[in-house]
Ligand binder design. Sequence first.
Ligand code: MTE
Ligand code: HPA
Ligand code: MOS
Length: 765
Amino acid sequence: MNAPEKFLAKPATGSSHFHESARAQVAGGATYIDDVAEVKGTLHAAPILSNVAHGKLRGVDASQASTMPGVRGIVLAKDIPGDPILATFVHDETVFAVDTVEHIGQVIGLVVADTVMQARRAARKVQLDIAPLSAMLDLREAVKARSFVLPPVTVRRGEPERSIAEAPHKLSGAFDVGGQEHFYLEGQVAYALPLEQDNWWIYSSTQHPAEVQHWVAHALGLDNHAVTVECRRMGGGFGGKETQAGHMAVWAALAARKFRRPVKLRMDRDDDFMVTGKRHPFAYDYEVGFDDSGRILGMKLLLAANCGFSADLSGPVVDRAVFHVDNAYFLGDVEIVSYRCKTNVQSHTAFRGFGGPQGMIVTEAILGDIARALGKDALDVRKANFYGIADRNVTHYQMPVEDNILDPLVSKLEQTSQYRARRAAIAKWNAQSPVIKRGLALTPVKFGISFTATFFNQAGALVHVYTDGSVHVNHGGTEMGQGLHTKVCQIVADELGVPFDKVRISATDTSKIPNASATAASSGTDLNGRAAQFAAREVRQRLAAYVADKQKCRPEQVIFAHGQVSGPDAAMSFEQVVDDAFHSRVQLWSDGFYKTPKIHYDKHTLTGRPFYYFSYGAACTEVAIDTLTGENRVLKVDILHDVGRSINPAIDIGQIEGGFVQGMGWLTTEQLVWNEKGHLATHAPSTYKIPATGDVPEHFKVAFWHEANPEDNVGGSKAVGEPPLMLAISVFEALRDAAAAARGDGPVRMDAPATAENVLRALRK
Ligand code: MTE
Ligand code: HPA
Ligand code: MOS
């Protein structure tokens, strides 16, 4: 007898189960790298930083530092047994600066001491002899000088020059957007332990343990199998630990090798700012032609990214920017020229959205200005440019948009947010308010899901069922607060029909799942969730075959639900079935492997189907600016976002809210200032302002779009990690709307972030 419907427990997926370590985190019981009990004899390292943006490194004098209390010595490039070049994708970065330094904050070596404070104090006393060379510090100068880390990439469709020339209206302009510091609460950290026979154990706060393993092995001159990397969780990564956690691990391992002791390297917050890369700042020059409805007919865009001193992930980041220039819109005839510029600052890296935000924002800004040029409502102009269903439905990179829900989604938010009524009310309000002006904007997001590098779109998992019926899962993804482990537990629990609490996930470990991709591109659950589901399914099918054999039925008749395994004759607890099966020598564990179907693209022309599907969303944001001081506030936010069928609504809402607020920070208060010497002047929370609780709008409503993912994705869900960040472009467009209300009609140039200064500049005629 099958278990009657009413006895089935609610499946784990679709319910707002607590984050698997929420309680431990708030109680201080969740372990981060710096909480790992230190092995006796552990030493601590601190970095020696370049104080010149570009120069010849002539000497390092550690004589004073060496005599300081607790100091064991220093580590320099000459102490590297393997390759002095880091094993990054482009191999264009040294492990420690040798001969030349390329930015202020570049790591030249380490001081190793008994305590972390001793190491840090001594590192500051190391004397550097650097002969300065001319430094490239300005992005637009780098474009002029053709100072690149990678060659330019152009994507072109049709005849944009002709379309622009023949268009009834034209607009051209320039626009700059700033970078963003990740400000993960747990800074970069690694703890390297020598094991027997030149094997190594590395605790690393990393989104990509396999990459850290590879980098460490490469620097130590060992094979990958000699190095094991473990990450239980990160206190946030946001892209900043996709590659750049590798540096800490390599440095710590080199120190550990030299001193034959475990070594921990935990960056001080200021050093973390100075050493690691950020979101890429971008500069744009554009020209568009459009018709009376505001529809773009032709567009020419120059998009330049400040990559810093090395390539790091800049290739794929700028590719993703190029892929997302369209956002939700059919661009007509278009040419996008992208530059990956080399400057003498930190090497900029992945950051939530991975170039997508920088691609989208320029087109959103252009559409806002087209509306102002035509005296139209910006939402009408946006809608006039949406991708179509039957026509106008192919992207500039030749991918048909098959899952387009832009029109119904945006129309629904337009109603629920009362956009039109508020637009009228705000116009009335502004007419009687000379100093404070309000602004409103409703902007969409269409974000491509998959790593653009197709081969990254694979994942593995292990599911072990123990004889007591408890389940242990391990997969290649990492937990950074986004709830990946919770979702994977839910998926496995449902596959085996057991309660959530029966399933536990252990730390990500390169000796369990090899060659795992970074947990990035928002695809953690899509990839690892599916791999774990397949592994659990394998075990379930073996158990079903075992039960079917006993009950003389077909395996499909055996149902796993509510902690019970039921065949036509009898139901037993999952534990009992597992125990019986074990004694009949049924294999109770399995691996699982998943690779995303359908995707492919040509990395030279950037054409093809780089994305399995798109995640959609829209936000309606109301702001106020003070036209005398430039200060601004976000007053009201309404979001309608597409997560497909949500695996965990509470976690997804958290991702949407968090992503939005992080995007709001990028576009309003988070300003990175490098001074004329190339010194990052904003290297601490005293001068670099991330949003605080008081900045979250009082009215902040999030709703889900109601449809499942039309592509076959785990549980019918869609990826959620990055797309909501780009909903914050509505904040920026609302601020420009408010500036336009103060200025009168016409385009508004406002560079991002919209600090008080930039708002005031935008108000100048
Ligand atoms: N959420 C939290 N709390 N902390 C993070 O570091 N990183 C974001 C996003 N959400 C992040 C986060 C980024 S950049 C990505 S790519 C995804 O989570 C990665 O996880 P996922 O693929 O499991 O969604
Ligand atoms: N997104 C995030 N990280 C990545 C990607 C991507 O598309 N490609 C390589 N690393
Ligand atoms: Mo997220 S920027 O893809 O780590």
